[in-house]
Design a protein around this ligand. Structure first.
Ligand SMILES: Cc1ncc(COP(=O)(O)O)c(C=O)c1O
Length: 415
């Protein structure tokens, strides 16, 4: 064993905190290179019949073909699994590929799913439309803030409870421990989309949830330069999932993207700390602003489920929303277009601050009443608070608010 390999192995015997795991953890075993190489190869070769035969016999432990295992992907998976307290992680080409694979693992034809009304849109469509058409699977959508609501909706054929806590639209929380317990009593599988809280601030698997899924595209990557997803869970089930939903559907992540992700993970804890600090400052500013009706941020004591959040999360990320005190679409547009620091765009979790108005997507399809039924209003603005200086971001929001007020006075004056 070389001295470098010895050092890498001895590191594994130390108990490490997330920051250390994400910076070191056995990376430097390739000639001492401080950053591990990208294994950009589709297949692996073997010296003889016997070695290839042995590799096939234990194919989940060996590198054979990169649609299965690849060393660069392996590095990234091990790091994410460690910080999430998972026995195993499997990376996918996108968050939706991971979500689809996890759901397909749990369901069967004619079965039933319970999920929340504000679950991520494509996940909702997958369950309500695609799975209904293809496999006759029924999905019940509930608010999900009370465990009794889950209990009341369990049917004989319920096989899955799919959670997203906090949800990325209105930040609704579900009591993960209580729902996991209820599901276990009824032999139902649970999946939690943990993208908002990240594996750093919330550990669904420790609370009894079977599978945790993420859009890695968001905070785990954090640099807005890759799209990826992950499923985390117990070894035995992940092994079964690897054989079928992973290998057969083929949604594997590319080695280069896994390598970018390893880069991202080194700064993940400090990035999350900064997102949290910035988001709290911005949320506090918005909360006291006279032009704001309401701020939705699980980290604010005024948030309706603040106590539940404190119980099951150890921190808060940077995605929040607020409601402008107006239903005048021209005024809302003026505010939105006046932002200078916040970019206008979808997605979230990157270094850059972003703003999005749900009215852009929904206005053409839904009436204001349907809009309100979803728990959002015309004046809602969702912001992803990035890593810039918080005071600069606040100043940007302040000046956009002034532009909105000026628009109102101009209208009153010219009407
Ligand atoms: C909460 C949530 N889950 C899952 C996804 C899907 O992830 P991806 O875009 O990486 O497929 C998203 C994407 O925005 C999301 O917001």
């Amino acid at each position: 064993m070389s001295k470098l390999t010895q050092r890498a192995t001895s590191l594994q015997t130390l108990i490490m905190n997330p920051e250390t795991i994400l910076c070191h953890d056995n990376e430097q075993k390739y000639e001492g290179a401080v950053v591990p190489p990208i294994f950009q190869n589709s297949l692996f070769t073997f010296p003889d019949w016997e070695t290839i035969e042995n590799a096939f016999a234990a194919h989940q432990e060996h590198f054979i073909y990169s649609r299965g295992k690849n060393p660069t992907v392996d590095f990234a998976e091990k790091k994410i699994a460690e910080i999430a307290h998972a026995e195993r992680a499997i990376l996918f080409t996108s968050g939706m590929a991971a979500i689809t694979a996890a759901i397909l693992y749990c369901v069967k034809p004619n079965s039933h799913i319970i999920t929340i009304k504000n679950v991520y849109g494509p996940t909702s469509n997958l369950m309500a439309n695609y799975l209904k058409e293809k496999l006759n699977i029924e999905t019940t959508f509930i608010y999900g803030d009370k465990v009794e609501e889950f209990r009341d909706n369990i049917r004989k054929n319920t096989v899955l409870i799919y959670l997203e806590s906090p949800s990325s639209a209105v930040f609704g929380l579900q009591d993960l421990e209580a729902v996991a317990l209820l599901a276990k009593e009824n032999n139902i599988k649970t999946i939690c989309d943990n993208t908002w809280a990240t594996p750093l601030f919330q550990k669904p698997l420790d609370l009894g949830i079977d599978f945790e899924v993420h859009s890695v595209t968001k905070y785990l990557c954090g640099h807005s330069d890759l799209v990826a997803g992950v499923i985390l869970g117990k070894e035995q089930e992940m092994k079964a999932l690897f054989e079928r939903e992973f290998k057969w559907l083929g949604g594997k992540i590319a080695p280069f993207e896994a390598w970018l992700l390893i880069r991202s993970l080194r700064t993940f804890p400090i990035r999350m700390q900064r997102h949290q600090e910035n988001a709290m400052k911005v949320a506090q500013f918005l909360e006291q602003h006279p032009q704001i009706e309401l701020v939705r941020y699980p980290g604010l004591p005024s948030f309706p489920q603040y106590e539940l959040g404190k119980k099951q999360m150890s921190g808060y990320s940077g995605l929040l929303s607020f409601q402008l005190k107006t239903n005048d679409i021209e005024e809302i547009k003026t505010f939105y277009n006046a932002l200078k620091m916040f970019h206008r765009g979808v997605s979230w979790g990157g270094f850059e601050s972003l703003a999005y108005a749900p009215a852009i997507s929904y206005l053409k399809e839904l009436s204001p009443e349907q809009f309100a039924n979803m728990g959002i209003s015309l004046g809602d603005i969702r912001i992803s608070v990035g890593l810039e200086n918080a005071e600069d971001l606040i100043e940007d929001l302040r000046q956009a608010m002034h532009a909105k007020i000026k628009h109102r006075f101009y209208k009153i004056y010219t009407d």
